[in-house]
Design a protein around this ligand. Structure first.
Ligand code: GDP
Ligand code: MN
Length: 377
């Protein structure tokens, strides 16, 4: 899970890594209010989970209220690499003497967290890696003993960093490592890590990625997720643990098992229809799962019909049929629902559906055809 710059900086503050104070604004008026309170000059930065915000016009230095309103308006109207900007950071500008690059990343080849430093920062590290690879200094961290200060001092000496800032940068690396292990991050990056004209070292940007496998024990951070490009239905589905992807058509496609749902989408296309979604009920298509899935789908006003394709293995056809009937009774969907069942107790299941408003189908292509016809009538 990628964190926004402001979320990473919030963690920096908690772990003692120096970074300027900041506020988050969602409108030009809010930005101006924050900037006025901070005192000028101020930097405004788009909060999107992609790099190269500076180049895209998403980072602006402003000197007064009018400039703030104008810059905030233009940044909040930006779409950077396909992502709408909804929030901006408002932070006091800093007098920069030098910009460096600092990070700790999981290096899978070395099977170790690796501290990386480059005396040239501010630009993409990939760019430097292509142009001047020798400028990038790395040291692998032994997981048993952790990051040792001498490792960073060695790195900084080789990079030619002036002696007066070495203790500060070393401390920042140690704090960064402590933070990363505490929050289960697999990447923490500061670019630029700047030395101010006053000789202070501070983090002006943050990039933090937390290992998804650890989110179960990083519950606070897990709640920070701000999915980009996700619509309301997709968010609700994710919160309920339903595997759902929104598509452009008008036929809801539901099945138990990702492979089955994908074939079902193909069948709907072959029958001349367009799937409105991919919805995988997962292994156990029991009453609760069916209820949650259908409740979700029925909020989608684009739907003209739903095609449910169940392969009965451990999941029994009669159980699915009873679940569907009960859910159908409660939710009273205003659109036709086609159901195809095969496998364990499929015949019993289909028999239960007789006389109900649910439309049975005996195989996948027949079901797809029926769903397409139902959608266009
Ligand atoms: P990115 O382009 O998305 O990585 O955004 P950054 O946060 O790294 O900012 C890009 C550049 O803007 C930095 O390398 C700095 O040169 C500049 N910048 C950011 N904050 C400040 C600031 O407070 N003062 C000054 N003078 N420049 C800043
Ligand atoms: Mn940056």
């Amino acid at each position: 899970m990628k964190l926004h710059e402001y979320q990473g900086k919030e963690l920096f503050l908690r772990f003692g890594i120096p970074t300027p104070p900041f506020q988050i604004a969602e409108s030009p008026a809010e930005a101006a209010q924050d900037a006025d309170a901070m005192g000028y000059p101020v930097v405004l930065k788009a909060q999107v989970l992609v790099g190269g915000r500076g180049k895209a016009g998403g980072v602006k230095l402003v000197r007064n209220r009018d400039e703030t309103l104008a810059a905030a308006t233009s940044i909040l109207n930006l779409t950077i690499k396909g992502i709408r900007v909804r929030k901006i950071i408002v932070t006091p500008a800093v007098d920069i003497a030098r910009e460096h690059y600092a990070s700790i990343a999981l290096d899978r080849e070395r099977r170790a967290f690796t501290a990386i430093f480059c005396e040239e920062g501010g630009v993409d590290i990939e760019e430097i890696a292509a142009r001047d690879p020798h400028k990038i200094q790395k040291t692998a961290i032994d997981a048993g003993i952790g990051l040792q200060p001498y490792q960073i001092r060695t790195l900084l000496f080789s990079a030619g960093v002036p002696a007066n800032v070495i203790p500060q940068i070393t401390r920042i690396f140690l704090q960064l490592y402590h933070m990363m292990r505490t929050i289960d991050a697999d990447l923490v990056e500061i670019n630029p890590l700047v030395v101010t004209t006053a000789g202070e070292v501070i983090a002006l940007d943050s990039k933090v990625t937390v290992d998804d496998n650890s989110l179960f024990r990083q519950s606070e951070i897990a709640k920070w997720r701000e999915p980009e490009g996700e619509d309301d239905l997709e968010r609700e589905a994710r919160e309920q643990g339903i595997a759902y992807v929104r598509l452009d058509g008008d036929i809801g496609v539901v099945g138990n098992g990702a492979g089955l749902v994908m074939s079902t989408m193909d069948a709907v296309k072959n029958a001349g229809g367009a799937p409105a979604c991919f919805l995988d009920l997962g292994g156990g298509a029991g009453e609760e799962a069916t209820r949650r899935a259908l409740s979700l789908l029925l909020k989608d006003t684009r739907l003209k019909s739903i095609f449910i394709n169940i392969f009965g293995g451990i999941t029994r056809g009669d159980v699915v049929a009873r679940a569907l009937l009960s859910v159908h009774d409660d939710l009273k969907p205003g659109i036709p629902i086609v159901i195809r069942m095969t496998g364990t107790r499929a015949q019993e299941g289909l028999a239960l559906l007789k006389g109900s408003p649910l439309i049975p189908a005996s195989d996948m292509s027949e079901g797809a055809r029926k769903a397409v016809v139902a959608a266009s009538s």
